[in-house]
Structures are given as C-alpha cells and as structure tokens.
Design a protein around this ligand. Structure first.
Ligand code: BG6
Length: 493
C-alpha cells in the first residue's frame, strides 16, 4: 500500500470582505465559516480579511459568533480549534448585519460597513459576495447589489459566489444567468459545485494528466464500460421541503454527477486554466447522447412518503441509475453507468473503469479471468485500486485477482469549501462552473425531467433503505451481462 502526505499551500490571499447572504442558515455554520476558520488558522487568509454575515434573523454580533463557534466545534477540521489561532481572535473579524433582502436600507448599511472595513481594517475594496439564501432570493439580492453600486469597487475586485441549485430547469437557469449578467460580468461570477473542490476529484485530473500510462488506455479501445457511483446513506435530513420539489436529478445528477462525468470523459486541456479546462468539460457535455427516462431506473426509498413534509403520493425520485453514451471519438460505444441515491447501504463516491477482457485466454486452469478494473475512490477512504490477475504460487498456471492499492492517507484533507473559497479570493475560477456548462447540463436533463414530470404514472421503482437501490437497477446491469461494482466493500475487507 502506498500513501501520500498532504501537500502544503502557503500562498496568502488578498485582504477582502466576505459577505455571506443567508448567514443564519446551515451552510454558513456547517461549511463556510469552518472553512474560513481553517484557512485563517493555516495562514492562508490574510489577517485583514473580514467575514460579514447578512440575514433577516435579528442577531447581535456576539450571538452570531456564538452560533458559528458551535458550528466550528461540531464541523471544523483539525483536532483542537483553539490550538493555533484561537476562535476568540478569529471571531473579532466576524460581524453580522440583519436586514430584509428587499429593503434598500439593508444595502445602504452594507455599503457603510464595507467602506468602514476598507478604511479601518485594510480590506482594500476587495469584496466577495456569497449567495447562500434560498435561490428564490438570488435575483432580488443581485438586483439590489447592482442598484446600490456594490457590483464593483475600484481599485479592488468584486466577485460573487452562487450556491446551487442554479435554476430548477433550463428556462429558470437562463433567466438567472440574465439577471446575474445584468449586474456582474461573467468573470466576476463563481458558480459553486462543491464536488469540484474535493481533493480527490481534482486528483482525477492529476491522475489522468500527470501520468502517461493511464491516459493511453483511457478510451474505447481498452475500456469496456465506466461506472460512477455517488451513493448516500442519509435520507432527507430535515430537507424534505426542498428535496421533494428537487428530487435526485436536480439535487445530484444535473450538477455533481455530470461534473464528475466531465472530468472522467474530457480530453486533455492544453493548459490548466479556467478557460481551457472548462472548454474541455463543455465538450463532454455536448457529446452526451440525449437522455430518455427509459434509459434509467428511477427509485424512491420506502418510507420517504412518511416524512411529514412529503406528499403521500409523491413520485419524487430519490435514486437514479442511468446508462448514457458520449458520442465522440474517444468514447463511442462505451456505456457510462451512473448511479446516485439517498438511503442506500453506505456513502461512497467512486469511479471505476472496467477494461476489456484479454483477447485470448491462455490459462486453462483459470477460465474466468476478471477483467482489469481501475477504481478511483473520491470519498470516503480516498485512494485508488487497480484490480488485476496474478499467478497463484505453486504448480500449474492458476490465476487469482489482486488489488494494487494507493491510499490518499486522508485523515485531514481540506474541505472542498476551503479550496473553493480560497480560489475565489485568488480569482481562479477553474473549479467553478461556467454559464455555458450550466446551460448545457440543463439542456441535457430538462427534456427528460419534463417527460418524467408530465407522466401521469412515471415508472418509479421502490427500494428499502439500507440497500443498493431498487432490484431494477441490478436488473438493468444483468441484462447487459454486467453488475454494479461495490469496491468500497472490498476496502472494508
Ligand atoms: C448536496 C446535495 O449538494 O450534496 C445533498 O444537495 C447531498 O443532498 C450532498 O447530500 C452530498 O455532498 P457530499 O459532499 O456530502 O458528498
């Protein structure tokens, strides 16, 4: 087993004010502030940087800080949050503004605070807005930021991070884009997909493009099929109101799943920068053959409808297993099997390339050779397995499959939000989704979603929580002489 130490990153960022709209929500407490605090402790946030929460809830600065401290203790990275930079020191850089999002007075006070930070804290007119409110408020906030002239600040920079969901279909996503572009230029906009901030998702790129050997086999000549699984053990987690309207396609497939697919399927970009990388990702999305609901198995876990915020007859899918093709030179004819769902056996995100069987079987003692497989574990237990046949020691030529394992040794990998927040502060949008990527992703799923939602009785399969999903999903693979691979279980063994 091989492992790797965590690389360092000692670049300190520009001083700035990070303004979080929707600051009293869960994301701020569980992800954003713990990520900012980790960055600060590691010296990667400039000491002048300020965090300003904006939300409707009335709260004092101290009460806000107290909420955040609990979040850091429960969800922060590292053993003892008090050890390096005490929370009490960091929290002096955190403040709160309560106000209605549709009230111009809120933005007047916001501007006052921002100017004050520039004058007294040295934030140099650099502003990073983070939209973490319900998406229905995005247009209002963006419009008001524009009307108050907060969309730019010379001589500094102004950027905006937009949380998913980015629209709920093609039309609403296009409209949101228009609203954003009415106020911000595309290069100021950072649409976040936190999967791209995961270390091991980025490692997919280094794995492919910093090594010679894998790329040679990464195509239709050697690959039999590809599987991408993003399974979750959790169910609704008090998010039924959102989830029952969104469902698995909007929650995971249109964004995280398709993003991961682009990284697996893309051509090598000519440079690792935001333009070249995203140009190649868009080409993968363009190559996806139109999706039909019959190409997938749509599931709902038994018990889902019992949640009090879910309709008794809800047909919202919580599971999707899908076969799709990329119509391009590299992947023509290679099926990609994608699977994601809630309330399944366990949480795992993994990508497996199953290679073709050897062209001629020499070893009569082992008639059933297992084809080579390369599995990349995104989470948990980040690493890689190469599954291959070796000779069993002794007489004869019997073979048996073994795994060559690489382990990321990932005890304390930075959280995705740390990487993405820092990239946005550095002005690097490579790991954020560009507007044409989002549009194309919606163009792919929109017809299929409309078809599903207009069905009077859509073909929904049910499954028990704690399983790998509906039997139909296994059936879909068996019909093709294949099976879902659960390499994560081998890891346990
Ligand atoms: C979010 C989805 O975007 O991603 C959630 O809305 C899902 O439903 C989550 O649970 C999964 O993210 P992670 O990082 O825990 O794999």
């Amino acid at each position: 087993m091989v492992s790797v130490d965590q690389p360092g990153d000692d670049i300190t960022s520009d001083p700035c004010v990070i303004v979080i709209f929707g600051a009293s929500g869960d994301l701020t407490r569980r992800k954003l502030v713990p990520a900012l605090y980790s960055l600060a402790r590691e010296g990667r946030l400039s000491p002048e940087t300020q965090v300003l929460g904006v939300a409707r809830t009335r709260l004092s600065d101290d009460a806000f800080r107290e909420q955040l401290k609990e979040g850091v203790l429960a969800h922060g990275r590292g053993s003892d949050p008090e050890s390096l930079l005490p929370w009490s020191d960091f929290s002096t850089r955190v403040s709160y503004l309560s106000g209605a999002y549709d009230d111009s007075e809120t933005y007047r006070r916001l501007e006052e605070l921002l100017v004050n930070f520039d004058l007294n804290a040295g934030t140099s007119c650099n502003r990073l807005f983070y939209l973490s409110t319900p998406p229905s408020l995005y247009a209002e906030i963006i419009g008001r930021l524009g009307a108050s002239g907060l969309n730019e600040c010379e001589p500094g920079w102004t950027r905006i991070i937009v949380e998913k969901p980015f629209g709920r279909d093609l039309a609403s996503s296009n409209l949101l884009d228009e609203e954003i572009h009415g106020v911000f230029r595309e290069r100021q906009v950072y649409r976040i997909d936190h999967y791209l901030g995961k270390e091991t998702v980025q490692n997919l790129l280094t794995f492919r493009f910093a090594n010679t050997i894998f790329e040679l086999m990464w195509n239709r000549n050697y690959v039999d099929h590809v599987q991408i699984s993003m399974t979750e053990q959790v169910g609704l987690e008090h998010r039924a109101g959102y989830y029952d309207i969104a469902g698995v396609v909007r929650d995971m497939f249109q964004n995280h799943m398709l993003q991961l697919l682009t990284l697996v399927g893309m051509e090598p970009p000519v440079a690792f920068n935001s333009k070249e990388l995203r140009d190649e990702k868009v080409k993968v999305l363009q190559a996806i053959r139109p999706l039909r609901i019959d190409d997938g198995v749509w599931g709902q876990y038994i018990g889902y409808r019992e949640d009090r915020d879910v309709n008794d007859d809800s047909v919202t899918p919580t599971f999707l297993a899908f076969k799709l093709y990329l119509d391009n030179w590299r992947w023509q004819g290679v099926p990609f099997y994608l699977r994601t769902g809630k309330s399944l056996t366990r949480k795992t995100t993994e990508v497996t390339l199953q290679f073709k069987q050897v062209p001629h079987q020499l070893f009569q003692d082992s008639p059933d050779l297992t084809p080579n497989r390369l599995s990349l574990f995104i989470q948990p237990n980040e690493g890689m397995h190469l599954h291959m046949e070796t000779k069993v020691p002794g007489a004869g030529m019997k073979t048996s499959p073994v795994n060559m394992e690489f382990d990321y040794n990932a005890g304390d990998l930075p959280d995705a939000y740390e990487r993405l927040l820092l990239d946005a502060i550095h002005g690097d949008s490579a790991l954020f989704t560009r507007s044409d990527e989002i549009r194309r992703a919606w163009e792919i799923v929109d017809p299929m979603l409309k078809d599903w939602e207009s069905h009077s009785a859509p073909p929904l399969s049910f499954y028990y929580p704690g399983t790998w999903g509906p039997a139909e999903a296994a059936g879909m693979m068996h019909r093709e002489g294949r099976e879902w691979l659960h390499h994560c279980e081998e890891q346990d063994g």
